[in-house]
Design a protein around this ligand. Sequence first.
Ligand SMILES: Nc1ncnc2c1ncn2[C@@H]1O[C@H](COP(=O)(O)OS(=O)(=O)O)[C@@H](OP(=O)(O)O)[C@H]1O
Ligand SMILES: [Mg+2]
Ligand SMILES: [Mg+2]
Ligand SMILES: [Mg+2]
Length: 324
Amino acid sequence: MGFEKELATALEAVREASEICRKVQKEIAGSSLEKDDRSPVTIADFASQAVVCRILTDAFPNDPIIGEETAADLLSDERRPFLDRVVGLLTPANPGVHAETVCGWIDAGRGDGGDRFWTLDPIDGTKGFLRGEQYAVSLALIVDGQIVVSLLGCPNLSAEDGWDRDTGCLFSAVRGKGATLRRLDGSNETKPVRVSGTGKASAARFCESVESGHSAHGRSSQIAALLGIESTPVRLDSQAKYGVVARGEADAYLRLPTKAGYREKIWDHAGGVLVVEEAGGKVSDVDGKPLEFTHGRELSANRGVIVSNGLIHDALLEAVARTA
Ligand SMILES: Nc1ncnc2c1ncn2[C@@H]1O[C@H](COP(=O)(O)OS(=O)(=O)O)[C@@H](OP(=O)(O)O)[C@H]1O
Ligand SMILES: [Mg+2]
Ligand SMILES: [Mg+2]
Ligand SMILES: [Mg+2]
């Protein structure tokens, strides 16, 4: 199957959601609150999830969506003004829309898995978004446990030479058809995406999370030392890291387990994984196992994530094992 309609619909959804995020990031003050797990969320996270779920549900009414956010976080009386601001973001494209409708769109993202489902991170890297730095809108379609379509909208990641750098970029991949880069604006000009050709592990350029609570930075410097790497890792938020490896600006992204028991969420990876694989790279957990998107909301069968250009993957896994 070509998944043409799925890709076209997902491109429209990620572009519309990214546009809202860009608008909010320009006037960010007072736009965030804290969820029960103490992580931040903004009006743009909710609006982005609402937009993507609305577009996907219109086109594919039978497809479940597993999204990060829930409207339950908006329903108290004290959060009503915050909900009204989310509704305000959606009103230009949906004149007269009511709060109940918007909450229904957000909660269309409360679906379960199954043979065919989408997973959505409406803003990945919310902390980066709040700092004015990198974030991504991440969306993927999973069929029979395999990612078949994936998209990463990166509004603050410059498009490459010759393109207007300010528009941000949009990566997409369809299984077996390669990975593609577009500008995030409406233009449909595309470029193929390829990983780097760095074959010597000692020459590898790493990227990793900004937040040391999300990936063990100390262990990644030990790994770099073992491999004879002298360059310092580039730290950037969100699945933009997958995009950067996919287009060869970095050779690897290490996400090393921190506190025992944290399980990675599927929406934090699905949009990036297929983009890197279709660009010629490789993704596994720290034990070298493929990521399993068949256990609901979490990658419960995996620990950590190692992303590379493929050529240096075995050397990375060996160094990871030696620092265990
Ligand atoms: N303890 C812990 N360990 C691993 N991962 C965690 C942890 N806590 C949160 N998260 C998830 O990290 C997502 C942000 O991705 P990054 O780590 O790439 O961003 S950052 O550079 O650290 O800001 C972030 O995604 P968003 O909530 O969508 O921003 C979280 O789902
Ligand atoms: Mg995330
Ligand atoms: Mg998120
Ligand atoms: Mg979050």
